[in-house]
Design a protein around this ligand. Structure first.
Ligand SMILES: [Zn+2]
Length: 247
């Protein structure tokens, strides 16, 4: 069948599941304009499914997500959600796409500052680069979670920093992130959106990054209050785009 499903049947629900290290959030779009947030993984009968997951994703499978202990699995099956997801994206890439979707498909460099540090780039509504920034080297003499020495994560990731953070810790992390950003050839776009748990908790992170990366326009996540990230909007955009591609 060749059709735009969401146009043929406005009652179709889009289920977007974001898997995090410590919790899972589901957002169900539709019928119509309704948006519903649910803790945990759920899938209304007959809905289309998209999933965002940390780790390495390929051909609809999670090849490796160390934090979850997942290696080469179908996440829909692992979560008891039935048929495989139509869209499966890395979580930072889904969030990047969501930040773009929430800004009328603006080009976005997305940086996630949370337990780890990740980056992804969206141009013209498509993910063009992912898995950026966190493991650029030269920042310290500390051993990173990846086994190398001196990655950005060793000075700017939640796992490597004290809790709580002082203003000085935040400034140091922001300066390192700005440096990594300047060294990443894929991340030259002007609009830089900063999300992730640490950026959400410490609003100063955005402000300090603006100071250290003055040529960029730094914005906080556009995800509505109460949502972990913009991932669900990215997954929704990917589902809608995949319907159009069937034409
Ligand atoms: Zn590393």
């Amino acid at each position: 069948m060749k059709y735009i499903l969401s146009q043929v049947n406005p009652g179709t629900q889009l289920t977007c599941v974001e898997i995090g290290g410590s919790s899972i959030e589901t957002v169900v779009f539709g019928p119509g304009d309704s948006v519903q947030r649910v803790d945990g993984a759920v899938r209304p009968d007959g809905s289309r499914l998209a999933i965002a997951c940390p780790g390495l994703i390929k051909d609809g499978r999670v090849l490796g997500a160390a934090n979850l202990g997942w290696f080469d699995i179908d996440p829909a099956a692992a979560l008891g959600l039935g048929e495989s997801a139509e869209v499966l994206l890395n979580d930072a890439e889904a969030a990047a796409l969501g930040e773009s979707a929430l800004r009328e498909l603006a080009d976005v460099v997305f940086i996630c500052v949370g337990t780890g540090v990740g980056g992804a780039v969206v141009v013209a509504g498509k993910i063009v680069a992912g898995n950026l920034l966190g493991h650029i080297g030269g920042f310290s003499q500390e051993v990173c979670s990846c086994g190398r020495v001196g990655c950005l994560e060793t000075v700017a990731a939640g796992w490597a920093m004290p809790d709580p953070l002082t203003p000085r810790d935040i400034d140091r992390a922001a300066m390192a992130i700005a440096d990594a950003l300047a060294r990443e050839p894929a991340a030259t776009g002007r609009l830089v959106v900063v999300g992730g748990g640490i950026a959400r908790r410490y609003l100063a992170m955005c402000e300090r990054l603006s100071v250290h990366a003055p040529s960029r326009r730094i914005e906080a996540s556009a995800a509505p209050a109460g949502y972990k990230s913009a991932s669900a909007w990215g997954l929704r955009h990917a589902l809608e785009a995949s319907s159009v591609n069937q034409l």
